[in-house]
Design a protein around this ligand. Sequence first.
Ligand code: CP
Length: 325
Amino acid sequence: MTRKHLLSIADLETDEIDEILRLTDSFVEVSERAIPKVPTLRGRTVVSLFFEESTRTRLSFETAAKRLSADTMNFSVSTSSVKKGESLRDTVETIEAMGIDALVVRHASAGVPWQIARWVDAPVINAGDGWHEHPTQALLDCYTIRQVRRAANGGNRGGHAVEGHSALDGLRIVIVGDVKHSRVARSNVLAFTRLGAEVTLVAPPTLLPPNLTGWPVAVSHDLDAVLPKADVVYLLRMQKERQIESLLPSLREYTAHYALTRERARLLSDEALVMHPGPMNRGVEIAADVADLPRSVITRQVANGVAVRMAVLFLMLGSAGSRAA
Ligand code: CP
């Protein structure tokens, strides 16, 4: 991968996604060692610049950087001079002046990672911008599906594509829930379809984007009808902080029609996977016990997230293009 920043799945060619997924295999192997660390990024500094809450993505990037022996800096808005009124531009230029090699950015507003990429020389990785994109979440989700698929087919851990076929060719993936406010859904629709999957969105009309022109998806409002044919059911978090309740008669009604309950999970084929990006609202979009079924790969998604982010950091900082190169 030769591009400087990772801002969007839309920017990536299929072979660039494949390259990241192939490299992730090596870092899964590193992560399974007794000492899961390699010296690849010794002397480099990776900054986490999170203007919005995160557990998985922040810790995953930090763990990935440390396993590559990079130094890490964590910026916390609540204890920073942003609270005294310092602007976003002054904040990032101040951090860059300390000598850094990459910025991992999460922000509640769409487009902020692009803006930061115009202000700094260091590579910028989008760790989630508003409702727009969450590219490393999509990469770890693609990796997890192909890993499980290949293991089921008796092949290698990473589930590499057979030459001439894309990694998720022919898979039917159902994405359920609050698509309208979901950066995960936007990145995943792009990544899943780029790798050959057929995607169906299932949501109440008020939780779909007003215009789906150009989205390579089917749409349904009947979860029970699509579940029997699904290879993957991917549940989205109900984003209560985005005033979602006003778009629904009630959360109880949402759960009645769109949650993956134990009864609905029985409609799935034996091989179908259950996925969720986290954090989950157990009892809302997914029943508590369904999240813990063997077919649920939610914790595997988290584990693979570290290896995928190691691959991304390696590709962006491990060779030309960084300060220390
Ligand atoms: N999936 C995800 O982005 O989780 P966090 O908000 O905890 O990072």
